[in-house]
Design a protein. Structure first.
Length: 254
């Protein structure tokens, strides 16, 4: 490297360190010499400070597919429990939603029309929902096709996304893709693409909508939660679950 190049690199490093210190970050977290710094990890909360998170999902996050009374111990659930008191619900009806203010719908089963009306009203009154709507789910399942307890092969949108001004399209070509979510590189499996009137990232993976007094974030993939075990994503998934927590934290702050 030339002396001039070295001076430029040193100047960039000093600027990066100064910016990080101004934001309250450690120097160790700064990527030097022109490389972007990864966002800091979302910190866990003490047990008494964890708010309730309602969880509605068809995925084996809480219990494994095989019948057992023991928890599935999925990495996604473990990550969520570092910041929330996770409470599973069977449907997004008004009776279930009144228990909390924050809802994670991780590739849910199709909800009846009357339930979607109640979900929409809950959001407009101030609720926050993170919806993982996968148009081409690749999460492996041992349950036979047609089994009502098997995760659906695609998110069953019966009008909710359109009502919120969004359109969800399946990928033109299946396969894994590394995309940006919450400032992190996340490995996805055959993600869809979102379009419409909400704020949508350049990769079309994430849409953030203000709906009345509340907010909804929609992610066009759910396979990114599958980071360990048989059939898990094969590739760099170290930021996947932190991105999930970051999106939930963003919703809480709105």
């Amino acid at each position: 490297m030339s002396a001039r190049g070295g001076r430029r690199g040193g100047a960039r490093a000093r600027l990066a360190i100064a910016a990080a210190l101004a934001l309250g970050l450690s120097v160790a977290g700064v990527a030097l010499f022109g490389r972007e710094a990864a966002p800091p990890a979302v910190e866990p909360r003490a047990a008494e400070q964890r708010p309730m998170l309602l969880l509605l999902t068809s995925l084996p996050l809480v219990f494994p597919e095989a019948f057992t009374l023991e928890g599935g111990g999925s990495p996604a659930l473990s990550a969520l429990e570092t910041r929330y008191r996770v409470v599973s619900v069977n449907t997004a009806d008004a009776a279930s939603l009144k228990r909390g203010r924050l809802l994670l719908m991780a590739h849910p089963l199709a909800q009846p029309a009357e339930v979607l009306v109640e979900l929409d009203a809950w959001v407009r009154e101030g609720g926050r929902v993170l919806l993982l709507a996968d148009p081409m789910l690749e999460w492996p399942s041992e349950r036979p096709l047609g089994d009502l307890s098997r995760p659906p092969p695609a998110f069953a949108d019966t009008g909710l996304l359109k009502h919120w001004g969004l359109r969800l399209d399946a990928p033109d070509e299946p396969g894994p893709r590394q995309l940006e979510m919450a400032g992190r590189q996340v490995l996805t499996a055959s993600p869809g693409a979102l379009s419409g009137s909400c704020a949508i990232g350049k990769s079309a993976l994430v849409a953030r909508c203000r709906i009345g007094k509340g907010a909804a974030t929609i992610v066009a993939d759910a396979d990114f939660l599958n980071v360990a075990g048989p059939g898990a994503l094969d590739g760099p998934t170290q930021h996947n679950l932190d991105a999930l927590l970051a999106e939930l934290a963003r919703l809480e702050a709105q």
